[in-house]
Ligand binder design. Structure first.
Ligand code: ZN
Length: 250
């Protein structure tokens, strides 16, 4: 088994060395290795604490109708204090610096790729680090949202105009940002190697973007099997950090 992994990593190394324009497409598995749990996970205590399923709470209609409950959930489940980039983030940032990787396309909303030093990051589902007043557009950082717990109504309101502040995160029922999609599609369609990591490719429309790839080599790195394994030239069922961390990238 260990031998098989070594063989596959050697194959990935060869693809990396031969490629000039790599795009990385990543999902939740990249963040879980930084200790960020999936907000959809429901443990035994979930129903004691929350009256609705996570997909209901993180929807636009719920946000509009019940911002108090939305923010109670959001602060606890989506704002992860002190999360740090892991080796996968660091290696991808280094690949970009070396001119080998042109973009990271991510479904994650934690901003860890930028924190690791990546510049071109298409955040398909937005970022918890950016928040805007819905009335005047004033920008607020993640601490402002975290601190809204101390507000009288426990909802973040703009200091300038009193409008409600909304995270720049794509909620259920909301469409993806067109500019972001266009950028991701362009990067993917121009790449010669697509590395897909830490995602089971089930969240649409994000997962559909990989269909724009026109290059030869697709590598899929995920701990478990995915429905898209057959689309890849190389499939590695292992930790994304472990796999990327074992590459010689310069
Ligand atoms: Zn405002």
């Amino acid at each position: 088994m260990a031998e098989e992994i070594d063989k596959k990593i050697a194959q990935l190394q060869k693809l990396y060395d031969e490629s000039k324009n790599i795009v990385f497409f990543g999902g939740a598995g990249v963040s879980t290795e930084s200790g960020i749990p999936d907000f959809r996970s429901q443990d035994g205590l979930y129903s004691q604490k929350w009256k609705y399923p996570p997909e209901t709470i993180i929807s636009r209609s719920f946000f509009d109708a019940n911002p108090f409950e939305f923010y109670r959930f959001y602060r606890e489940k989506l704002i992860i204090k002190d999360a740090k980039p892991n080796i996968a983030h660091t290696v991808l940032a280094k690949m970009e610096r070396l001119g080998k990787l042109s973009a990271v396309v991510t479904q994650n909303i934690d901003g860890l790729h930028q924190m690791a030093g990546s510049n071109t990051v298409f955040e398909l589902h937005g970022s918890v680090l950016r928040n805007y007043c819905m009335k005047c557009g004033e920008f607020y950082d993640v601490d402002f949202i975290a601190e809204s717990e101390n507000a009288e109504d426990k909802i973040p309101h703009c200091k300038k105009c009193g409008g409600m502040v909304k995270p720049d995160v794509v909620l259920y029922e909301e469409g993806l940002d067109q500019k972001c999609i266009n950028g991701a599609v362009k990067a993917i369609s121009e790449a010669d190697l697509l590395i897909i990591g830490g995602t089971s490719l089930v969240v649409y429309p994000a997962a559909g973007l990989i269909d724009y790839f026109r290059g030869e080599n697709v590598v899929l790195i995920n701990k478990s099997q995915t429905a898209s394994d057959s689309k890849a030239n190389l499939v590695i069922h292992d930790s994304i950090g472990k796999v990327l961390g074992s590459l010689k990238i310069e």
